[in-house]
Write a protein that binds this ligand. Structure first.
Ligand code: SF4
Ligand code: SF4
Length: 369
C-alpha cells in the first residue's frame, strides 16, 4: 500500500525530465504512454535505451495503465495431478512514468479493491508511480466533478511532476518534482537536484486553479449523481438506455476502476488406471490451470448463479447496476470516493452512445423536468 509521507522537505526542481527518466531506468523498467505505428497512444513498456518524450500531461490515452496491475489474463493456480500450486506473477520493478491524476485515483481505488489479492499486490509492490499534473482539460474528462484531478491528488503517487514554466523560445521547461513517499525519495537518491520552495508550490496551486477554470460546465453530472442516489431515476429510463447496450465490454475494459473478473479451468484428463472393462471408463485430471481474466458486469451471464438464477437477466438491470457502482454514495465509506474518476473513456468508446456524458445528461434532463 502507498505510504503517507510528509512532502514538505522533499520537493525539487528539474529542467529536463529525460534526466529523471534515465536515472530511474537504471533501477526500473520504464512504462509510459507511447504512440504505436498507427499513431494510437497507449501505455507500453519501453525497451532499450529509447527515451520517448512525455505527452501525458496534454493527452489521456484511450487505454489506462490498469492492465499492468490487474492483469487482463493470468494463471492463479496449477494442479500437477497431486497438488495445487499458487502461481504468483514473476515481476521486475517497473516505473510508470507520467500517470495522470484520474488514472492515479483509479489505481488508489483498485489498491483498496484488491487489498487482499496477492497477484495484484505482488505487481503493485514493485511499481513506482510517477504522476504528472495535467495542463489542460482532456476531451471528455471531468475529473474536477469527481475529485480526481486535474492535478495529482495527495497519496496517489510516489513522485509528482508538475511543469511550472515553459520557455517557448527554446522549448525548455522547469519542473517541480515532489517526492511524496519514502519509495519516491529513495528512487531519486543520487540525483543532483535543486531544492524547490514555497513559491514553487504556490505556483503549482495557481496553475491548478487555471486548469480547473478551463473545464466546461458539467453540472449535469453532479445533478445526475444526486438523482441516482435519491433513487429518482425512472425504471423506464434504464430500459431506454439499455436498448443501446451491445454488451461489447468496451466501457468496462477501458474503465480504469472496473475490476470485474471471472475464473475458469483448463484441464487435461486421461482414463483412470487400471481400466476395468466391466465398468464405465472414468477420466482423471492429470493437470489443470485456473485462469483469471477480465469480465464485464454488462455481460448477460455475469451474475448468473449456479442454480441458474440470474439477478440481472435484463439489460436494464445491468446498465443500472453499472452506473450505481460508479456513483452510489453506498461505496463511499469503503473507498472514500466514487467509482468513477472522470476519465471519459466510456463516452469515447461506447458504440451505443451510452457513455458517462450521454447517460448523466439523460438522467439530468429527465429527472429535473
Ligand atoms: S461500451 Fe456501451 S455498448 Fe459496450 S458494453 Fe459498455 S455500455 Fe454496452
Ligand atoms: S465510468 Fe467512464 S468516465 Fe468514469 S472512470 Fe470509468 S471509463 Fe472513466
Amino acid at each position: 500500500m502507498i505510504e503517507r509521507y510528509n512532502i514538505v522537505n522533499n520537493r525539487y526542481l528539474l529542467k529536463d525530465l529525460g534526466v529523471l527518466k534515465h536515472h530511474l531506468a537504471k533501477y526500473y523498467s520504464v512504462v509510459q504512454i507511447q504512440k504505436d505505428a498507427d499513431g494510437e497512444k497507449l501505455w507500453t513498456e519501453q525497451f532499450g535505451d529509447k527515451i520517448e518524450p512525455l505527452f501525458g500531461h496534454n493527452h489521456l490515452p484511450l487505454t489506462s495503465p490498469k492492465g499492468f496491475l490487474f492483469a487482463e489474463k493470468e494463471v492463479l493456480y496449477k494442479f500437477d495431478g497431486e497438488t495445487f500450486k499458487t502461481i504468483l506473477p514473476q515481476v521486475q520493478p517497473k516505473v510508470m512514468f507520467g500517470v495522470q491524476a484520474c488514472d492515479l485515483s483509479a489505481i488508489a481505488y483498485q489498491d483498496k479493491f484488491f487489498e487482499h489479492d496477492p497477484y495484484y499486490q505482488k505487481r503493485r509492490e514493485n511499481i513506482l508511480l510517477v504522476g504528472i499534473d495535467c495542463e489542460s482539460p482532456c476531451v471528455t474528462g471531468f475529473c474536477v466533478q469527481v475529485d480526481a484531478g486535474p492535478h495529482v491528488k495527495d497519496n496517489t503517487a510516489d513522485l509528482v511532476l508538475s511543469r511550472l514554466n515553459v520557455d517557448d523560445a527554446n522549448g525548455s521547461s522547469e519542473w517541480l518534482v515532489i517526492a511524496a513517499t519514502e519509495k519516491g525519495i529513495n528512487s531519486i537518491k543520487g540525483m543532483t537536484l535543486d531544492k524547490a520552495d514555497n513559491k514553487h508550490l504556490k505556483l503549482r496551486t495557481k496553475l491548478l486553479e487555471k486548469v480547473r477554470s478551463e473545464f466546461v460546465d458539467y453540472s449535469y453530472i453532479s445533478n445526475a449523481i444526486e438523482y441516482l442516489n435519491n433513487n429518482s431515476v425512472p425504471a423506464q429510463l434504464w430500459e431506454e438506455l439499455s436498448v443501446r447496450c451491445l454488451g461489447c465490454s468496451g466501457c468496462t475494459n477501458l474503465c480504469p476502476t472496473c475490476s470485474c473478473y471471472t475464473t475458469y479451468d483448463v484441464v487435461e484428463q486421461q482414463p483412470e488406471k487400471p481400466v476395468s472393462i466391466s465398468r464405465e471408463v472414468k477420466l482423471e485430471v492429470t493437470k489443470s490451470e485456473t485462469i483469471r481474466c477480465w469480465d464485464s458486469c454488462l455481460f448477460e451471464g455475469f451474475q448468473k448463479e449456479a442454480s441458474g438464477h440470474n439477478p440481472s437477466q435484463k439489460a436494464a438491470q445491468r446498465v443500472e447496476r453499472f452506473w450505481f457502482h460508479k456513483f452510489s454514495d453506498e461505496y463511499l465509506p469503503e473507498f472514500q470516493r466514487y467509482g468513477c474518476v472522470g476519465c471519459g473513456r466510456c463516452e469515447q468508446t461506447c458504440p451505443g452512445t451510452i457513455g458517462v456524458h450521454s447517460v448523466m445528461k439523460r438522467i439530468d434532463q429527465q429527472c429535473c423536468s
